[in-house]
Write a protein that binds this ligand. Structure first.
Ligand SMILES: Nc1nc2c(c(=O)[nH]1)N[C@H]1C(S)=C(S)[C@@H](COP(=O)(O)O)O[C@H]1N2
Ligand SMILES: [Mo]
Length: 197
């Protein structure tokens, strides 16, 4: 019967070892935004890292595009339980952006055009784990998905991947960002289901 073969197929897909617990696979790319999509002009776009000593490093779009660009092939996991496997991105590694940043602290707050914030430990941003991505699937990142550029931290739930990112502020403390103040977990590891707190 059709209903059984569908159920069987769903169970097989859910047992994919790339799928964290409690997640299901989707082929779509859902849009999840807490507010309107900001209109960010490339001439006005800036990315700034501000340290705990108030030292700032800022890139314009042209300066940013002159940095080494990496291809990233990765799975993404939203806390609302969808996961998408093998997504293709291009972006600049946070390791590259931190090369000349002098800091002694352990935490960052990502800031976005439009006001969104999310907190991420530096440990989760460095070491080849995070990028500022500006291409998805071979095309410039769509505004609704965070274009011109978004943070991509694929090993954490996708709310950490701040769309329309404009910078990072480094802190001594792991202060909660937007969703974290509203009950989402401070860290957000999908493999241990750090969903809410
Ligand atoms: N600036 C901003 N970034 C954001 C969000 C948001 O509302 N605003 N939502 C987060 C959440 S909850 C998720 S699941 C992903 C969704 O990204 P997508 O819309 O590209 O699927 O973006 C994250 N980044
Ligand atoms: Mo999300």
């Amino acid at each position: 019967m059709a209903v059984f073969s569908r159920g069987f197929g769903a169970r097989r897909r859910e047992s994919d070892p790339r799928l964290p617990p409690g997640q299901y696979l989707t082929e779509d790319f859902p849009v999840l935004s807490a507010g309107p999509t900001p209109d960010v002009d490339l001439d006005e776009w800036r990315f700034t890292i501000r340290t705990e000593k108030d030292m700032q490093t800022t890139w314009t779009w042209d300066q940013f595009m002159a940095l080494p660009i990496e291809n990233v092939d990765t799975d993404i996991h939203c806390v609302t339980r969808w996961s998408k496997l093998g997504t293709q991105w291009r972006g600049v590694s946070l390791d590259t952006l931190f090369e000349d940043v002098d800091t002694d602290v352990e935490y960052a707050m990502a800031l976005s055009y439009g006001g969104y914030t999310t907190n991420v430990p530096l440990e989760d941003l460095l070491g080849g784990k995070a990028w500022i991505a500006f291409e998805f699937d071979g095309e410039p990142l769509e505004p609704e998905h965070g274009g011109p550029a978004r943070l991509l931290v694929p090993h954490l739930y996708f709310w950490k991947s701040a769309k329309w990112v404009r910078g990072l502020v480094l802190h001594h403390h792991d202060d909660p960002g937007f969703w974290e103040q509203n009950g989402y977990h401070l860290h957000g590891d999908p493999w241990t289901e750090e969903r809410y707190w």
